[in-house]
Design a protein around this ligand. Structure first.
Ligand code: MG
Ligand code: ZN
Length: 361
């Protein structure tokens, strides 16, 4: 009997080692090669539905196959800011409002862009704001506060990104320390351009494309920065056989809602939705591509009190000039989209995306 128990125990140990080996092997085989993470800053369900109504009942985002919700509270506040919200998404930790790429104790935490770069993938950022603004900064920089924008610009030289398209030339070229960071980027083999048209000519290598001195204008004044910037980035990033990580932000949905400006909100959502079409079309043609769309928080406490779908008319009401604490939607399409159903923490994006890539944390 004793001998039987010993044998049975040995069998269990052997089996559990086998099962363990299997699960490790499973984690290492990637389901996803390319990830396009799209953040509508301040985009709650009402913002998205305002755009859908203004567009007389449809949006490209409806092509998503899976939906979920993300809980946005930060480490120190029920209502997050875009620093803590971006850091939670990018780095997988709840941190204090205002923090960029550091945890609640101030310790730097690696972002999903950095994990991707360190594993040989190409990486990119396309935004309709300054390079040093909170959301893009969360993927690149590690600083105690989002206000340290000149320091955040320095972090672009420390991080191995492939493509940046957005605003922010001044923080790189007209700095209080008199350093010209553009020259330093060129020394690291970046092609530096100052218009979207120049950027569109770049098909390979590394690209730093400034399309504005500070923030790009609101839509429609800024033109097709987001959809065409995304297409430009994809042309470069898709050349890497190992895959890529790309973050795209509709940065100014948030600002329209801070201003309680319904027309600006509609314009920004429709521009973001045209950008989503570019991402979905790429994912449909390139198996192994995941598109995840979410928000860092809701802005404005928007309610849609009256509307007419056929006429594309609505009356939006705003309860605040700031952010709110409500959950925000997640829309997913392509390889691994099923991971993004249900209700999750904003810190779960990092874990899920690394698992899909087969990258160990
Ligand atoms: Mg933002
Ligand atoms: Zn905001």
């Amino acid at each position: 009997m004793k001998r039987f128990i010993t044998l049975a125990f040995a069998a269990i140990v052997l089996f559990s080692q086998y099962a363990d080996g299997q699960s490790k092997k499973g984690a290492a085989s990637p389901q996803v090669k390319n990830v396009i993470l799209m953040i509508g800053d301040g985009m709650g369900v009402s913002q998205m539905y305002a755009g859908l109504t203004a567009n007389k009942g449809s949006l490209n985002i409806e092509r998503c196959t899976h939906t979920g919700f993300s809980k946005t509270y930060s480490a120190d506040n029920y209502v997050t800011d875009s620093g803590a919200g971006g850091t939670a998404i990018a780095c997988g930790v709840k941190t204090n409002n205002g923090a960029i790429g550091v945890d609640a104790e101030g310790k730097p935490v690696k972002s999903m862009l950095e994990y991707a770069a360190q594993n040989g993938l190409s990486t990119g950022i396309v935004v309709s704001c300054d390079a040093t603004h909170a959301t893009p900064a969360s993927f690149i920089a590690h600083r105690a506060n989002r206000s340290m924008e000149e320091d955040i610009a320095l972090d672009y030289l420390e991080t191995d990104f492939t493509v940046f398209i957005g605003g922010g030339r001044k923080r790189f070229e007209e700095r209080s320390d008199k350093t010209n960071l553009t020259e330093k980027l060129k020394a690291k083999d970046y092609q530096v351009t100052y218009t979207l048209d120049e950027a569109k000519k770049v098909k390979s290598g590394k690209l730093m494309a400034f399309v504005a001195d500070k923030h790009p204008a609101a839509y429609p004044e800024r033109g097709e920065l987001l959809p065409e910037g995304l297409a430009t980035a994809l042309n470069i990033l898709k050349r890497n056989d190992k895959g890529f990580f790309l973050m795209v932000e509709g940065s100014q949905i948030d600002w329209a809602c801070h201003d309680n400006n319904q027309k600006a909100l509609e314009n920004e959502i429709l521009d973001f939705d045209r950008t989503i079409k570019v991402a979905f079309d790429f994912a449909a043609k390139n198996p192994g591509t995941l598109v995840v769309i979410t928000a860092d928080h809701e802005t404005g406490g928007v309610a849609l009190n009256k509307g007419n779908m056929a006429k594309g008319e609505l009356t939006a009401a705003f309860t605040t000039k700031g952010h709110t604490g409500v959950m925000v939607p997640i829309f997913a399409f392509g390889a691994g989209a099923e991971k993004f159903t249900g209700i999750q923490e904003n810190t779960d994006f990092l874990r899920k995306i690394l698992e899909l890539y087969g990258i160990n944390k």
